[in-house]
Design a protein around this ligand. Structure first.
Ligand code: ATP
Ligand code: MG
Length: 512
């Protein structure tokens, strides 16, 4: 017998057990997909830079808001996403997890760990895109950010809150300057963030190793998007790094952030724009490529005392082709930043390392933050070096030299040698004061040419063992008194007498 009641009850039970959950998120469907770009129809209230969730757990970022569809770029799952897949809008822009927990870690631009360690446990996030501090919120750059590199700290000083571009051809030591600066922040209470954009994974591995070995990871976070990461990840990497930097800056801390490099960032943006069929302009970059970098670099600032006085110092890196600084991206970034350190292949190959071209390098705000003693003794340096260079080029044609010219040439050569500096060898401010004082004094004439580097190294060692008292007396924040100056010179003379004349002269020769 068929029991209608029982069957009815069964059906009712089953229907009740069907989960009554409706996904109320706004969703649409993919109408076009290819090369990591998707177009979605049905999402009407999408925002610019909103995070979308694609079926399968992939994420995408909206970039083109059109009347009938939304264009977005995929962070992952390029080859898994298909026509017709459902896409949910999240209503949120991209967020970066922030907090002390990120220090010492290597993360991708969305905050996922890449160092094989535990997931990052932080409940705080910041939007990847954020408005720059207003004029009223900014303070004056008045504290130096010591790079430990003599040529830079003496002639192109960088202040906390400044944006200083490092520009040069490939393999001219751009990254080396940035890494040396990070290493020099040990014990300086500066948090460092190194953003790697589109670099080879092997180059990044080397950098990580260097930072680890020097104990610099204790105050550094690395935000990485390597060359084989999806283009949108390379695109948001600097903004993610900046969001993390802002978190610390608004707490009143000092942050140093390195963007290595913005040329690759611009190329990533160009790729996305062309795939999104945006109109191409000069060098095929889209029209808003200036805004791409200006909105990023404007976020670096020195906050006023009322706002906590924190700072973000930015060191963007730009690669040039054959030294052409008038190309599109270099001119853009030069005009946005507060100065540039221009590195030259010719100098680099002729052994002048760091290969800073002093004539074309400038720092527009750091001078006021420079330590008093360094400012005093390096005042004439730039002019003297320029004079030397000019003379040296002229003298290549060969002619009889009077003794005055000879002296200028030899002094200039010795000064150039003094400014040469090995990688990872950072000078303290006091060491810089000693080197600059000696190299610019009459004593320099007593040091044989080509032995200047070895002499400097020896002198510093000698001072550290024999004149600790004098080192105490040097105060970098005061003008160098005549008494201290003559003490430095007399120790240097003592060292010249016992080294250049004696057996360590031979040692210097072999070292040279
Ligand atoms: P890329 O264009 O590939 O990013 P880069 O301009 O960042 O190159 P680096 O990688 O920093 O250049 O340096 C290139 C090479 O020069 C490295 O092998 C580095 O060890 C060496 N180098 C950099 N600075 C110095 C220096 N001051 N003294 C000696 N060698 C240096
Ligand atoms: Mg590099």
């Amino acid at each position: 017998m068929i029991n209608v009641k029982e069957i009815g009850k069964d059906i009712r039970d089953k229907v009740e057990r069907i989960p009554n959950k409706r996904d109320e998120r706004v969703c649409g469907r993919i109408v076009d997909s290819g090369d990591g770009i998707i177009h979605i129809s049905g999402i009407h209230d999408a925002k610019y830079n909103e995070l979308l969730e694609v079926k399968g757990g992939y994420r995408a970022l909206t970039l083109n808001l059109q009347e009938d569809s939304v264009g977005a770029v995929l962070f992952s799952g390029e080859d898994k996403v298909r026509y017709g897949d459902i896409v949910y809008s999240t209503g949120e822009t991209v967020q970066m997890p922030v907090g002390e927990e990120l220090i010492g870690r290597i993360v991708d631009p969305l905050g996922e760990p890449l160092d094989g360690l535990a997931q990052i446990k932080t409940d705080q996030t910041r939007p990847v895109e954020f408005p720059a501090p207003s004029i009223m919120d900014r303070g004056k750059v008045n504290k130096p950010l010591q790079t430990g590199i003599l040529a830079i700290d003496s002639m192109i000083p960088i202040g906390r809150g400044q944006r200083e571009l490092i520009i040069g051809d490939r393999q001219t030591g751009k990254t080396a300057i940035a890494i040396d600066t990070i290493l020099n922040q040990k014990g300086e209470d500066v948090i460092c963030i190194y953003v790697s954009i589109g670099q080879k994974a092997s180059s990044l591995a080397k950098i990580v190793q260097t930072l680890r070995n020097a104990g610099a990871m204790e105050y550094t976070c690395i935000v990485s998007s390597t060359a084989d990461d999806a283009v949108p990840l390379q695109y948001i990497a600097p903004y993610s790094g900046c969001a993390l930097a802002e978190y610390f800056m608004y707490q009143g801390k000092d942050v140093l952030i390195v963007y290595d490099d913005l040329s690759k960032h611009a190329v990533a943006y160009r790729t996305m724009s062309l795939l999104l069929k945006r109109p191409a302009g000069r060098e095929a970059y889209p029209g808003d490529v200036f805004y791409l970098h200006s909105r990023l670099l404007e976020r670096a600032a020195k906050l006023s005392a009322e706002k906590g006085g924190g700072s973000i110092t930015a060191l963007p890196i730009v690669e040039t082709l054959a030294g052409d600084i008038s190309a599109y991206i270099p001119t853009n970034v030069i005009s946005i930043t507060d100065g540039q350190i221009y590195l030259e292949s010719e100098l680099f190959n002729s052994g002048v390392r760091p290969a800073v071209n002093v004539g074309l390098s400038v720092s527009r705000v750091g001078g006021s933050a420079q330590r008093a003693a360094i400012r005093q003794i390096s005042g004439q340096l730039r002019v003297n070096l320029a004079q030397y260079r000019e003379l040296a080029i002229f003298m290549q044609f060969g002619s009889d030299l009077d003794s005055e010219t000879q002296k200028t040439l030899s002094r200039g050569a010795k000064m150039t040698d003094t400014l040469k500096q090995r990688q990872y060898l950072n000078y303290t401010v006091k060491e810089m004061i000693i080197l600059l004082t000696v190299a610019q004094s009459d004593l320099a004439d007593k040091i044989p040419e080509k032995k200047m580097s070895a002499f400097n190294e020896g002198l510093l060692d000698y001072m550290h063992t024999n004149s600790t008292q004098l080192l105490e007396e040097i105060d970098p924040d005061q003008k160098l008194s005549e008494v201290v100056r003559s003490k430095i010179l007399s120790v240097a003379e003592e060292y010249i007498n016992c080294s250049v004349g004696g057996d360590s002269g031979q040692q210097a020769e072999t070292e040279a």
